[in-house]
Design a binder for this molecule. Structure first.
Ligand SMILES: *Cc1c(COP(=O)(O)O)cnc(C)c1O
Length: 364
């Protein structure tokens, strides 16, 4: 069996380090907002570089909520994003009270179609949430050109793109604010839920720090409305260890992706990246007209695959109230029938990639 994702082998290789860190936290007498969270905020900010700073929160969804709330986004505001993303991108916008507005995507990259962005701008537009889907990178500079001097924030959803770069700069440092998820399957995964909200603007970071904990700034006094979304010390301790291995693991993902690129039949649909992008390959995604059949046949050969995502959000019953119909986002809808995610994680070996390619090529 070749799984689409597994953390077990990685865990075994650092088990002693992790167990010691957990024990250190439990014996420290402090389980919330202590030394480990402080250290992680510094370490992950250093990793991002480009003068970015951030706050550790409880999930990627919360990182988006904290970022949007810190920007003052709420009821009556519109936030532009895409419908071929993880549902949390959209649920986070809704949690602030704002209305998500969907822009279609490019079939070549599966990323937001920036040539259509202008059509969606209204005087209620407060932000664009650019989703760096699969570890690919949205051309944030091109979004800046469309926005011009309008008062619209660029929020990067980096949940799938830790380590990806645009013109040498890491995602999370390109827009006004950014959100990361450390859900266990992500490029940097905790042993539970965790997230990070960051910005290059110190005032926004201060505001996010308040939002993270009841709007407090020091004592038991709310300077503004906030929520409770703190990363646990134990998750921060684990992430401090795992962060050290992240650069080599991303290089490993890139190497496996290159192997897929070379071994897969040319007939299979591929995705491309904007110029200047160094992809971080959270997922390796191909396109097939007979996707469901291909997925079933691979499973019969012991090869697990994923679909990200089978249902576009604008057509889910939970989001009918937004008023979108079938056909309103044609490329998004077309992609949901074609995309297939092949096994991808740093511990996957070359032989497994070869086996996946051989079996997949036979099916074409
Ligand atoms: C995983 C993910 C999120 C949410 O992260 P959680 O930590 O699961 O809350 C948001 N956006 C995208 C694109 C994701 O893949």
């Amino acid at each position: 069996m070749i799984p689409v994702f597994s953390y077990i082998e990685q865990y075994k290789s650092i088990e002693d380090e992790i167990m010691q860190a957990i024990s250190r936290v439990f014996q420290s007498g402090r389980l919330i907002l202590g030394k480990e969270v402080d250290a992680f905020e510094n370490n992950f900010s250093d990793y991002l570089g480009n003068d970015t700073h951030g706050v550790a929160v409880n999930s990627g969804t919360d990182a988006l909520v904290v970022a949007l709330m810190a920007l003052g986004i709420g009821n009556g505001d519109e936030v532009i994003t895409v419908a071929n993303t993880a549902v949390p991108t959209v649920s986070a916008i809704r949690m602030t009270g704002a209305t998500p507005v969907f822009c279609d995507v490019e079939s070549s990259s599966a990323l937001i179609d920036i040539s259509q962005l202008e059509n969606h701008l209204t005087n209620k537009t407060k932000a664009v949430v650019a989703v760096h889907l699969y570890g690919n990178v949205v051309d944030i500079e091109a979004i800046k050109s469309v926005i011009g001097n309008r008062n619209i924030f660029i929020v990067e959803d980096c949940a799938q793109a830790h380590g990806a770069t645009l013109n040498g700069k890491k995602v999370g440092t390109l827009g006004d604010v950014a959100a990361f998820s450390f859900y266990p399957t992500k490029n940097l995964g905790a042993f539970g839920d965790a997230g990070f909200a960051c910005s290059r603007n110190k005032n926004i970071v201060d505001e996010m720090r308040k939002v993270r904990m009841y709007g407090f700034d020091g004592g038991y006094y709310s300077m503004r409305e906030g929520i409770n979304s703190r990363m646990d010390e134990v998750q921060a301790a684990i992430l401090n260890i795992k962060l050290e291995y992240l650069p080599e693991q991303i290089e490993r993902r890139r190497k496996l992706a290159k192997l897929y690129d070379n071994l897969l039949d040319e007939k299979l649909g591929r995705l491309s990246s904007p110029t200047g992008v160094n992809h971080a390959y959270h997922l390796y995604v191909v396109k097939s007209e007979k996707r469901n059949q291909v997925q079933q046949s691979l499973l019969e050969k012991g090869i697990q695959t994923g679909i990200h995502y089978p249902y576009p959000i604008h057509l889910m019953s939970g989001y009918h109230f937004l008023g979108y119909q079938t056909g309103s986002l044609p490329v998004t809808e077309m992609l949901s029938d074609k995309v297939l995610s092949l096994p991808m994680f740093p511990e996957l070996n070359e032989d497994s990639v070869s086996t996946v390619c051989q079996e997949l090529n036979k099916l074409l």
